[in-house]
Write a protein that binds this ligand. Structure first.
Ligand code: AHR
Length: 494
């Protein structure tokens, strides 16, 4: 029996936040230096920003970029990276064991974001950083008052505040590799107290709590301790919560091509469980339903095998078709779980575990670039409920618990109704050797398809830079049959 896909443009799950397609630039490997910032290169502008990288990220419509780490941030002092470049100190960099020149810092990042058209999302130093420094950074970025750090920004050439909206309360503070690893209760106390002070200074900002993988006792405990009503907040406003989002991180990978593609389904379960933990914290802490529910900020996600591409060596992954299909499943997860996602930022945007690689003479778009581009172009608007009836993958999974916790159909599907009223169906045929003839109902009119595939699961992107996506258009009506080729991603628009 042929698989079936049933979708109805009226069955809306939730709006898809445009922030789903965010990026991340860390001072790590060649992401900043030699990636987005390459002074003296003929491809760079007068500020040293690589224009080919900016154009590429504009092509992806990157809406938000997280900075400056990652693990890097645990010893980062933002003041080192502002002011005249010749006075900026070089520092030992502990996370990735390098030297930080500080030639690229806050003002450069803000200018770069403006060129990309992305909102900045800053992560605070919860390692060696102090609350004073964090407040100073917020003042430097957002204040229009006649005060010290706002004036320092003016002195450094920027009159108007940058109005940075998103601020993370630390990065992976739970990790044993972290400079100043914390415990859930110590972190919760610090995060909540910092959150109070930061929002006293700028109530308009959104604060992101540092979670783990969404399924851990860390997540459970910090949510329980921090997601509560800000009873002593400004003007006794009981409809306000200090915490706006909870971050989770997950990297997937498997040596097995199929298990590799299925692995991001773990993220789907993690999102559902985190959302439940948020509900639980709100119920236990008596948070009124009138306080908007905290969403998930999936601020590090991707395919990464740290043995294959160690962080200390710059984590330069070479991505295959299997990885590209895994990225498509990742994005399907975000679309299906749109009700819970407040932001997602792929780790990372350039060179480091990235779809986009630079060399001194140009850029290379890896296989994983193409699903990102297709999704960013088509999978916007509202997430739609979709029912898939297809045979399931039954091999081993990484992590092993995916099998027990979620389905693994050979066709992994999400659907979106865009602002022009089109239904967009994203279908990953996970199978290495089977094409699936599928039955579905479509509305009458022209139908378009965009298909990404290659000779085999291990194929990598050609160096010629030519767009590998095949397009087709035809007239369709009512019940149709469509063949999804083995190891492919197809977007159908109707
Ligand atoms: O993105 C690479 C690293 O992975 C980040 O610095 C860290 O937060 C995570 O462990």
């Amino acid at each position: 029996k042929n698989p079936t896909i049933t979708v109805d443009a009226d069955y809306v799950i939730a709006p898809i936040t445009p922030l789903t397609y965010g990026g991340f630039t860390e001072h790590m490997g060649r992401c900043i230096y030699g990636g987005i910032y390459d002074p003296g290169n003929s491809l760079s502008d007068a500020n040293g920003f690589r224009t080919d990288v900016i154009e590429a990220l504009k092509e992806l419509k990157t809406p938000v970029v997280r900075y400056p780490g990652g693990n890097f941030v645990a010893t980062y002092h933002w003041l080192d990276g502002v002011g005249p470049k010749e006075h900026r100190p070089k520092r030992p960099e502990l996370a990735w064991q390098g030297v930080e020149s500080n030639q690229f810092g806050t003002d450069e990042f803000m200018q770069w974001c403006e060129l990309v058209g992305a909102e900045p999302y800053l992560c605070l130093n919860f390692g060696t950083g102090t609350l004073d420094e964090a407040l100073g950074w917020l003042e430097y970025c957002n204040s229009s008052a006649d005060t010290y750090y706002a004036n320092l920004r003016r002195k450094n050439g920027r009159e108007n505040p940058y109005n940075v909206k998103y601020w993370a309360l630390g990065n992976e503070v739970w990790g044993p590799w972290q400079v100043l690893q914390s415990t859930p209760s110590a972190y919760s106390h610090q995060a909540y107290q910092w959150a109070k002070a930061l929002k006293l200074q700028d109530p308009s900002i959104k604060l992101i709590l540092c979670g783990k993988d969404g399924l851990s006792s860390w997540d459970h405990q910090v949510l329980k301790e921090c997601v509560k009503v800000d009873a002593h907040g400004l003007n006794g406003d009981l409809t306000r919560s200090l915490i706006d989002m909870h971050s989770i991180h997950l990297y997937t990978a498997s040596q097995d091509y199929v298990a590799n593609i299925v692995a991001p389904r773990a993220a789907e379960r993690a999102i559902q469980i985190t959302s439940g933990l948020i509900d639980l914290a709100r119920i236990e802490n008596g948070v009124s339903p009138s306080v908007p529910k905290q969403k998930i900020c999936f601020d590090e996600w991707n395919v990464w095998d740290p043995v294959r591409a160690p962080g200390e060596l710059g984590a330069e992954e070479k991505y295959t078709l299997s990885d590209a299909l895994a990225v498509a499943v990742w994005l399907n997860v975000f679309i299906r779980q749109a009700a819970h996602i407040g932001m997602a930022t792929i780790a990372q945007s350039v060179n480091v575990i990235s779809p986009l690689m630079t060399s001194p003479t140009g850029i290379h778009k890896q296989m994983t670039w193409w699903p990102l581009k297709l999704f960013s172009e088509h999978m916007r608007g509202d997430s739609l409920a979709v029912h898939v009836c297809a045979p399931a993958y039954e091999g081993s999974t990484t992590p092993a618990w995916i099998r027990a916790a979620t389905d693994t159909p050979w066709l992994d599907v999400s659907a979106a109704r865009d602002d022009d009223g089109f239904t967009n169906l994203a279908v990953v045929n996970v199978s290495p050797d089977e094409d699936f003839q599928t039955v579905m109902n479509v509305r009458e009119g022209y139908m378009r398809s965009f298909t990404l595939t290659a000779e085999g699961m291990g194929s990598v992107a050609k160096e010629d830079g030519i767009d590998p996506i095949k397009h087709d258009t035809w007239y369709a009506k009512g019940q149709i049959e469509y063949l999804f080729p083995r190891h492919s991603l197809t977007i159908l628009k109707f």
